[in-house]
Design a protein around this ligand. Sequence first.
Ligand SMILES: [Zn+2]
Length: 391
Amino acid sequence: MRTILTAARLLTPVRVVERPVVVVDDGAIASLATAAGSELPAGRHVDFPDCTLIPALFDVHIHGSGGHDAMEATDSALNHIGKFLAHRGVGAYFATTVTAPLDTLLRSLSGLAKLLQAPPEGARPVGIHLEGPFLSPHKRGAHAKNQLLTPSVALLERFWQASEGQIRLMTIAPELPGAEETIAHATALGVRVSLGHSNAQNDAARRGVAAGAASATHTFNAMRAFDHRDPGLLAEVLTNDGLFAEIICDGLHVDPAAVRLFRRAKGPERALLVTDAMAGTGMPDGNYRLGDLEVRVKNGRCVVGEDTLAGSTLTLDRAVRNYSEFTGAPLAEAVGLATRNPARMTGLDGEIGTLEPGRSADIAVLSPKHEVLETFLRGRPCVSGAITFNG
Ligand SMILES: [Zn+2]
């Protein structure tokens, strides 16, 4: 089946194509050109006037959505999450774990490993992000204190075996004993290492980077605060031009002024938008699971205990809009932070994150207000209703 998509513009997102014509054959992009004067090829034509086509979004840090947590590690949970995410323009994500009792975590990892081999409906989980248990007790956020563990190669190997090699990203606090060897070992396995939930001083942060760390987890949140005489991990994150860095751009986790500082530091090539979303995302206020924790969601704010933020109800399409609004970044730049950059950071840029001939037709359609109208995954519409068919 051949489908031809047309729109007002397309962001690859490296370049802008005005009046694009995207030919989709068997779920893949066969060609990508501009309409200028040429006749449309034969096939089913779907036109999105006034709309912008972008690559489907990629979230490397998301715990759940639509009432379900990735650690449930069931078909049903991942189908719910995948379908919800597809409606928000997401095509791929890393199922992200939280600190939990060791046997619970191992069970989730092995459950996810099986499910990742048979992709569920909607957005595809393309790997696992292990967030915890190698985190600082001083910057643990919502992670359970008595379940944090000292990093070791032996423990990492247990997680790696349980996940059948599907851990693609690991958050770790570099100042913990054993962290350097664990970072080096993870890097050798092909796991990307992200520094976070950390109280590290600057020298420990730099040792973490020297051992192989490639990114930083939710910059500013659960990180030693910046002090001009004790600049800590944050100074390394904001000044090391080789390091990628995540940010939760919901206006609650990080003040818009700090997002502007982040943009100046990380630029269009190293910044990543993530959601850190949990099960309550897309759901009414109430109580939801985050791994083993019960989290209260009120007015979209997720908390445990007194008032500790525990994930978010942010969606990645909104993060893109917020980033543009908070910083003045052009849409193409903001889109790159949720498509191309996460793909580059994780080494998946040969497959996802940009629109090119030969790639899977994973395409989100944005309205003039940059809201998601439709998402095509492997060339098939996931949302529908907004489609107008011509010819
Ligand atoms: Zn976190």
